[in-house]
Design a protein around this ligand. Structure first.
Ligand code: CA
Length: 507
């Protein structure tokens, strides 16, 4: 019974804790706190009386100011907090030194991947991607891909899948707007994704604004790699041309084999979605521990989601030692502040209703959980949306926090496997790369047993330490990258669309 009354206090100086389960009014929990009202699982309880305008502290960080006086034992939901100002970007300086946590011996330093000749990152899957310049061609391509999958792909057993890069960009867009460079760069870089093996196949319409030469190098623009639908006499001719080109590409991809490669050729993306107040206690720190192990083993790890790190930007700067890298962090944050400002919103548009139901009261609280998944390593590079890393190690890739947009942009930056941390639960997946689901609490794993891959709730119950869970996550990532394990989204083909970030106007 004692365990049921436990609360989770992240830092000894916090004046709130979260409940590990729903508890009724009148329950006595740890620290001699009598619950003043019914409080749901993962929500915060006040550990002391807090006066009006008093600070509400979790992670030893200011989550917000109390709107009214709060009694010890009272439920602190989002209605009781006033959001503090975002940290200023003017004073950000790189940290002097970065102390990565002590790590256990590295379980592995290699994986089984597909080497790429032109790309320093290796593939984790062997996929024929059919790229598109515009959404107009996708209907035809969907028919073609059904035919390819049924009639052609079975003859090429070493190829895992065939996919359409189905995105909404390409026409009806202000193609010369300054911010159009973001979606164009992203789609251009996607041609080089490590899981696509350097085989380029692009289907265009013929009159779109995103012309093939804006996406592909001039050396690639020929009948070997590009099909323009308006050049063909009707649907059946288009279909035949697409199938014929696909077959040629499949012949080449079918020659690829996995080989033992150093982890320095692995690029891992980390993101979270549907977070709850346990995210910063169980799953995100486990992902962070795995990230530290990966980086120590030579791998490259990306984390993203600007609005979810904005409130902890000083913590990021502390983990940067290079002034130009810190400057780039500032410029990405400033760009996003302006982007939100242009839309007449601010960062309080995040957290989501689901986050709030999961006990996250403010974006500051969400940020503290979100940043935990980056571990403790030095941040060696900051990327604009859709850029490809030029360094190995921990990388901050600036993207929106929206799951499928962040996922897509990490994919465009070359992530060959992704870890997705969730507290509320989402079935999100990507076709181009395996997505591993890591959940914050065991009841979600029980509820979604065939969607969630790893349950970090074992930390809460005391079954596993953070280090043990971190090693489990590390091993799972390397197994999935090596093709010896499949996450559920891949087993069941649960795939979202390619949602490229487009901050430019649509006309
Ligand atoms: Ca997200």
């Amino acid at each position: 019974m004692e365990a049921l009354l436990k609360t989770v206090k992240v830092d000894a100086r916090d004046n709130v804790a979260i409940l590990t389960r729903d508890l009724p009014k009148g329950t006595l929990v740890e620290n001699d706190v009598l619950l003043w009202e019914d409080i749901p699982q993962s929500h915060k309880v006040a550990l002391e009386d807090i006066p009006a305008n008093g600070k509400i502290i979790r992670y030893h960080v200011l989550l917000g100011y109390a709107k009214t006086a709060i009694k010890k034992g009272q439920w602190i939901n989002e209605d009781l907090l006033i959001l503090p100002k975002a940290p200023s970007l003017n004073q950000l300086r790189p940290g002097n030194h970065v102390k990565r946590r002590d790590l256990p011996p590295l379980p592995r330093t290699t994986f089984e991947g597909y080497r790429n000749s032109k790309n320093e990152f290796a593939g984790t899957r062997n996929i024929l991607a059919i790229h598109t310049t515009v959404q107009c061609v996708v209907g035809v391509l969907n028919v073609a891909v059904r035919k390819i999958r049924k009639e052609i792909l079975p003859r090429y057993p070493h190829v895992d899948d065939v996919m359409v890069v189905n995105h909404a960009y390409g026409c009806g867009v202000a193609i010369n707007a300054p911010d159009a460079k973001i979606p164009i760069r992203a789609l251009h870089h996607l041609l080089e994704h490590p899981n696509f093996g350097g085989e380029v196949m692009v289907v265009a319409l013929g009159c779109e604004k995103l012309r093939p030469e804006m996406m592909m190098g001039p050396e690639l623009i020929n009948s070997e790699n590009l099909i323009v639908l308006q050049d063909f006499g009707g649907f059946q001719e288009m279909l035949a041309a697409i199938c014929a080109m696909a077959e040629k590409k499949l012949t080449k991809l079918n020659e690829r084999r996995r080989e033992t490669l150093p982890l320095s050729q692995l690029l891992v993306g980390m993101q979270c979605g549907g977070s709850d107040a346990f995210s910063g206690v169980t799953a995100n720190p486990s992902a962070g521990f795995a990230s530290d192990l990966l980086v120590a083993a030579g791998a490259t790890v990306m984390f993203s989601e600007v609005t979810e790190v904005r409130d902890g930007v000083e913590l990021l700067a502390d983990r940067i030692t290079s002034a130009p890298v810190c400057d780039k962090l500032v410029s990405e944050m400033r760009w996003y502040d302006q982007y939100l400002d242009n839309g007449k919103v601010d960062r309080s548009a995040n957290p989501t209703p689901g986050n709030k139901k999961g006990g996250l009261s403010t974006i500051v609280e969400k940020a503290m959980g979100s940043i935990a998944k980056s571990g403790t390593s030095e941040i060696v590079e900051v990327l604009s949306p859709g850029e490809i890393p030029t360094k190995h190690g921990l990388i901050y890739a600036a993207t929106p926090a929206s799951d499928f947009v962040c996922g897509t942009m990490q994919m465009c930056s070359g992530a060959a496997v992704q870890v997705f941390v969730t507290g509320r639960g989402t079935p999100y997946g990507l076709q181009a790369l395996p997505v591993i689901k890591l959940c914050t609490r065991s009841d979600l794993k029980q509820h979604w047993d065939d969607i969630i891959d790893i349950d970090a709730g074992a930390i809460l119950t005391g079954e596993k330490t953070l280090a043990e869970m971190g090693v489990d996550v590390f091993n799972y990532i390397v197994d999935v990258a090596s093709g010896t394990k499949k996450p559920f989204t891949e087993t069941y083909h649960i795939y979202n669309d390619v949602c490229v970030f487009n901050p430019a106007p649509i006309t």
